[in-house]
Design a protein. Sequence first.
Length: 467
Amino acid sequence: MSRTSAPAPVDQQADAPLSHGLKQRHLSMIALGGVIGAGLFVGSGAGIAAAGPSIVIAYAVSGLLVMLVMRMLGEMSAANPASGSFSVHAERAIGPWAGFTAGWAFWFLLCVAVGLEGIGAAKIMTGWLPGTHEWAWVALFMLVFCGTNLAAVKNFGEFEFWFAAIKVGAIALFLGIGALAILGILPGTDAPGTANLTGDGGFLPNGADGLVVGLLASVFAYGGLETVTIAAAESEHPVQGVAKAVRTAMWRIAVFYIGSMAVIVTLVPWGDPKVVEKGPYVATLDHLGIPAAGQIMNVVVLVALLSAMNANVYGASRMACSLVARGQGPKALGRTSGGVPRTAVLVSSVFGFLCVLLSYWRPNDVFTWLLNMIGAIILVVWIFIAVSQLVLRRRTEREDPSKLVVKMWLYPALTWVALAGMVAIFVLMAREPDTRTQLYYTGGLTVALAAVGYLRQVRARRVGAAG
């Protein structure tokens, strides 16, 4: 099987059984919701504690990298919409082993993430309802989202539409309140000026090392944007849908992430322990004296976690279905009914719930081992995206330039810049003790998958030659 001719028709088979029940409004909100996750609401506190006010620079730098990655992925997905997204593009550009590696690594990441999000959501519920069990809440959430994903794809789209609407509304309200407070217009507040930005150690209170830690924290907070290119294959107008979603994702990143960080570090002293303990958004609203700020943000965080669970079950099932349709996995996972890969949904949900059980049974070894393995997978996926775009852009310009509805800026220079940025992040991870372990485990998983994928590719070629 050649690397250039076989993948295209195979992927058409992969997408054929799936329905096209997602509307443009669903895609737009999936793209919006994809950039607003629990990592932003809660996880950004650790980045602020490490980098201080310079967290704004960290999020701007990592946000620029994500913009470039999404532009590359948008170019390829608009030219060839596929439920396997970057896995399909990697197979077409590099070879079946690359599609296998990127696809199953991402599937593993999503399934473990489902478990993590379920645990986080359950902790919030047990805080509201003491005496209830976390595992019972996780089981309930898994049943709900497994059920929604087993039904028609439009149900997934509707859930994500309203989840995203709540998250977007919360962020918009937070930014509005923050802007009024910074200007001194909000009742009961005085304009802080630059006191929190330049005081208490200055803009870079922990120097370059603190900025590096903040940068690493910010990079992994952007995960989730890739789902929109997977969902685009099941939309009414895949090419137009993904093109529009990717184009508008750029300013959303700037407003939601960078804007939020700027508001927080301007209003609240970066060293305030509440930034980490309660989360930066709750700490900011408490600082401004907003009533019931903690409970309001807990509701928003719960919505963000449930939204991520829903989206990750969807993304994992579609990725598995696409891989199977291309001969990259067990055939049973590819079975569809009513345009939905129900077996893949069930398996992805069960694996996610298994991760939750492992967190209770073996929190200090097996579960930690799983967490370390997924630590840098998103960077591995981004590298596959960049290399694939370098190859496929040249091929598409030669074979059918009309497919380039979305184009990567300043190709190939910015693609190489993005690749250099990813390599730099790997180097920074190797320097930090906390992230070095993740790098080793993720590297081991990636090498293992690549070896299996390559052996499968060689075997398929031998069978093809013998036949």
